[in-house]
Design a protein around this ligand. Structure first.
Ligand SMILES: C[S@@+](CC[C@H](N)C(=O)[O-])C[C@H]1O[C@@H](n2cnc3c(N)ncnc32)[C@H](O)[C@@H]1O
Length: 248
């Protein structure tokens, strides 16, 4: 079955604007403050989409970030709008940078789209400097028991890749990341869904617009509901930092 990238679709941009995620820049700003990122820090925006975070970090903090994404279409829009920055074609599974390159890596609503999360996290760990910060904002399942069924649906949306929070924490800690902040921000996902329903009448109508393969939309919605999607902000640090944990 053909897969489509829902994030290249205009319906997605119409609802979300330049940031293709719940919450706009609110969690980006919180993360900059929490991590104490400053001009001169090297930052990677992994799965940068249209480059909104790269633009935000420069305009508001004079931090020069580099963006990578596998979508030529989205990278083209990013390069046009933020000519000062570097946008590189690439994937999280094979990050085209050397070891110890970055003080900060932002993965905003993007790890959930990646096929091999374990390989991606290893790559992120490799390119980060010691004591560097990994910022993840993404979707997760409050009821992870049905995640396998959701994964089996060939549908290119981050909602198909809801995280299993316990598994994600285990993978990060296994690599040597310390989890410094974990916050449930499902309120941001709820507001986004309300906005979508207001614009399109229903979530089904929206998903039908964002994909060229509508056959699975109803089944997708059904399993999605059972998984109880939520949204979170997690900040992890490379190395043996003291961890302060907050339960979701
Ligand atoms: C929900 S959008 C978020 C974009 C951006 N981070 C933002 O918040 O505006 C997900 C992005 O992940 C990108 N993506 C999908 N698979 C990827 C992969 N394997 N490696 C890196 N990025 C990927 C998509 O092309 C898309 O731009």
């Amino acid at each position: 079955m053909k897969r489509c990238n829902a994030y290249e679709n205009n319906s997605m941009k119409e609802v979300l604007g330049e940031t293709l995620r719940p919450g706009g820049f609110s969690l980006t700003e919180k993360s900059v403050q929490f991590c104490g990122l400053e001009p001169g820090d090297t930052v990677l925006d992994l799965g940068c989409g249209m480059g909104a975070t790269v633009g935000y970090l420069y305009d508001n903090h004079r931090i020069k970030a580099v963006g990578i994404d596998p979508s030529e279409k989205l990278l083209g829009l990013a390069r046009k709008k933020y000519g000062f920055a570097d946008f590189v074609l690439g994937t999280g599974e094979n990050i085209p940078f050397k070891e110890d390159s970055f003080t900060g890596v932002f993965a905003e609503c993007t790890l959930s789209l990646m096929e091999d999360l374990g390989a991606v996290l290893e790559e992120v760990f490799r390119v980060m400097k010691k004591d560097g910060w990994l910022v993840i904002s993404d979707v997760y399942a409050k009821n992870p028991a049905f995640l396998k069924e959701l994964e089996e649906i060939q549908f290119r949306s981050c909602m198909r890749g809801l995280h299993d929070m316990e598994l994600l924490k285990e993978q990060l800690e296994g690599l040597g990341f310390g989890i410094m902040l974990l916050e449930d921000r499902s309120d941001l996902l709820k507001s986004l869904m309300a906005q979508i329903v207001f614009s399109y009448g229903s979530m089904n109508a929206f998903w039908n617009k964002t994909t060229d393969n509508c056959a699975k939309v109803c089944r997708f919605q059904e399993i999605l509901k059972v998984c109880k999607p939520g949204y979170f902000l997690m900040i992890a640090r490379k190395g043996d930092a003291d961890c302060e944990r907050y339960g979701v």
